[in-house]
Design a protein. Sequence first.
Length: 369
Amino acid sequence: MFTILLITIVGALCFFIIVLNYIEKKNNILFNNYLISILIIAGLMRLIPLLGFIMTKWDYEDVFIIMALSVIFLIPLYFLNLYTVVNSKLTKGYLCHSIIPILILIYYLIFQFISKFNLGVFIFIYSSIYVIMSVVVVVRFLMQKSENIIAFIFKKKVRNWLIVFMTFSIYLYLIVLNSVANFAFSIKIFEFIDAYILTTVGYLIILIYIILNRNLILGKLTSKNYKEISLLFWSNSPLKKIEKKDVSQYNKLMPEELINGIIDMQKNYIQVLDKKYTYGDISERMKVPLYKVKLLFKYHTPLSLTEFVNTIRIFRALILIEEGYLNSFTVESLGKKIGFNSRITFYNNFSKYMGMSVRNYIEKIDHLL
């Protein structure tokens, strides 16, 4: 009974997260088509066989063949999902990666038989290649030096997700190899349900992680994605251990609510461009106690107050650029309008945050949009 309940919950959670994604309109870099496809297949693999067991008493071997074919389609999806997140752009490559799985499916549909040994050897080689490629992609990304502050914070923001998902992929890989070995070489009846439960537990953990980290949104570097980019600078969970002296006040913080409020506030708060900004200004504008603002900056962002102010200025510059400000005014005028005292200071900060010069950004803006 517990097993059936667990499988049903995980299958339903897969589709719940997909629906939640569309309701909240998440950015399509993290919740990309590959991750959504993984959740769809994983959900169906838990709900359909469950109905099959209950209604028709499916044979374990028949179910294993169906699951093996599903796994073959899933394997490249795990790699392409990681590759998309690492490169911050959608990767249109599944068609090429799905040629082999499609050929195997066609073969099975025509001949209604696949040698257990041949299928086992193929899955071992096929999955091993993709796991190795996935590890290489993630390790290279984590070892790369960040060229600008957004890239640096982007890396910090997605690092845990990449590690968790990569660990999850390897966990499934080991279960698949063990299952394939038992199925292909064991003379005894293979207890499919054991591997089924283990993979289900793995999916449950990754689904819970996704639900608890819904703010992990990756956006393009344009003003139209202001809130998405701003979230890169904030974390709903504390970035370091809470000091004893702060515990009692921290318990009253409600960081997620404050983070959403401060992002909404800074988008339209032009006053920051004209004067020296303080924690008190934020406290007054948001109508929250000063200690909450200080705790939020201390534990939920790697930015100093000065760096925070400069991010607002740079994103204000993006808005003005996209509204055509530079069609009538100079870059130096733009820098002064958003609060920088000199052209050099503006250039340095723009390059620091965006990883490119103002001119390069203008040249690439059509592509980015």
